[in-house]
Write a protein that binds this ligand. Structure first.
Ligand SMILES: Cc1ncc(COP(=O)(O)O)c(C=O)c1O
Length: 435
């Protein structure tokens, strides 16, 4: 494909004239890796086709939601039926209740749930609820964790324990983030010191239990245990942001993975998105009844939404959850993901390219470095020029991974052994150029 025949290029030019940066969410713009974003025409199963009708094996899956692959027949049928019944009512529906019941039956830590339309909205609402329920202002987040773009959460780098965050976006006044304490992921000592200093003022600790916004970094079992213990000791709420990991790393999310290692382990609140809507704008937050009852109209914490619990989105989410609950779903998904990461690792090793990789369920991450990083500064040591070489090498060979080195990847149930073998072959060919 030459630039003169690439139909993505004129589309991107048109887009840039009318949409800031040509995209409706920044990472889509390929700024980190360079080049022209692929404009998607359609998608089916494990693939999408761009403006040139070139096919790509898709390892983003809309950044996580498409766990069944694109256009799953049962989901399509449910959505088509729902559309004919009406797009939006602004009044309660039985389907919302069904979806809430379905979620609660999967997530033992949740006794009540509220449906919203995006992960950002869910995270923002969970913070307000935690503050309202505890009567405290401060929150803890971790460097490298993304919880959506609510003002108070747009803080990345804390330069030390007692230092409250500086906003990482223009337009967020310092007063808005003055109560956000940013700590290093997986640093138990810093966590303990933070609680010792501020514990009585902390409303909640919010964390991605397996961080997918600094590629793929697991919280250690010890760190996870201390997060729970310190929250309990100081009366702060433990909030798990499972927008990415929920229904993705296991049916019961990352919390079900940690529950195997830590007896009695449960967060107080959980934030969910992505898979829960199966590709439609749907997200949720929920947890213990006593906390959730602080929400309006029962309690004094206001939260609302014109499109919350949208009937088409809930149909899509319900149909998706019913598919992923089927016996053997996660065993097969995990095996596919495992064969992908093992294949990539073997190919990199054979070509002498430093490479480390991790996965859980249908989510994976790899690093062009020999050891898996434990926190954001370590992730950022990745050589971005080499990552970009790998990204474009794969793209040229019809494999679409996230266009930034600090993003996780996603395998769907639609990815076949042949898709994975083709991906590993493409990676091997690129690794040969990277020795
Ligand atoms: C862990 C996590 N939390 C929250 C969000 C925000 O979700 P949304 O993009 O639906 O607002 C994301 C988005 O990628 C996420 O990965």
């Amino acid at each position: 494909m030459t630039p003169s025949t690439d139909l993505n290029i004129p589309l991107f030019e048109r887009a840039k004239a009318v949409i800031p940066g040509g995209v409706n969410s920044p990472v889509r713009a390929f700024r980190a890796v360079g080049g022209t974003p692929r404009f998607v025409k359609r998608a089916q199963g494990a693939y999408f086709w761009d403006a040139n009708d070139q096919r790509f094996i898709d390892y983003i899956g809309s950044w996580g939601p498409m766990i069944l692959g694109h256009g799953h027949p049962a989901v399509l049928e449910a959505v088509q039926k729902a559309v004919l019944e009406g797009f939006s009512f602004g009044a309660p529906t039985e389907r919302e209740v069904e979806l809430a019941e379905e979620i609660l039956s999967i997530m033992p830590s949740m006794e009540m749930v509220r449906l919203v339309s995006s992960g950002t909205e869910a995270g923002m609402s969970a913070i307000r609820l935690a503050r309202g329920a505890t009567g405290r202002s401060k929150i803890i987040k971790f460097e490298g964790c993304y919880h959506g773009h609510a003002d108070a959460l747009l803080v990345k780098a804390g330069s030390g324990l007692a230092t409250f965050g500086n906003a990482t976006s223009a337009g967020v006044p310092p007063e808005v983030v003055q109560h956000t304490l940013v700590l290093e992921y997986n640093n138990v000592q810093q966590l303990e010191e933070a609680f010792a200093l501020h514990g009585k003022d902390i409303a909640c600790l919010m964390i991605e239990p397996i961080a997918g916004n600094m590629n793929f970094v697991r919280a250690s079992v010890e760190f996870t245990r201390r997060c729970r213990e310190l929250c309990t000791q100081y009366g702060a709420l433990l909030v798990y942001d499972e927008v990415m990991t929920g229904f993705r790393v296991a049916l019961g999310g990352a919390q079900s993975v940690y529950a195997q290692a830590i007896p009695g382990f449960e967060p107080d609140l959980t934030v969910m998105g992505k898979v829960i809507g199966g590709g439609m704008p749907l997200a949720a937050f929920g947890g213990k009844r006593a906390i959730m009852e602080h929400l309006a109209p029962l309690g004094g914490v206001y939260q609302a939404g014109t499109l919350s619990g949208n009937p088409v989105a809930t149909a899509c989410g319900l149909a998706t959850l019913r598919e992923i609950r089927k016996p053997g779903f996660y065993e097969a998904l995990s095996a596919s993901t495992r064969s992908l990461v093992d294949g990539l690792k073997a190919a990199a090793d054979a070509e002498g390219v430093p490479f480390s990789v991790d996965c859980q369920g249908g989510m994976f991450g790899f690093f062009l470095m020999p050891e898996l990083p434990q926190n954001y500064p370590q992730v950022m040591r990745t050589d971005s020029a080499r990552f970009n070489q790998l990204f474009h090498g794969l793209l040229d060979r019809g494999v679409y991974i996230a266009p930034a080195l600090y993003e996780a990847g996603f395998v769907s149930a639609a990815h076949t052994a042949d898709d994975i073998a083709a991906t590993v072959d493409a990676a091997r060919a690129v690794f040969q150029t990277m020795r």
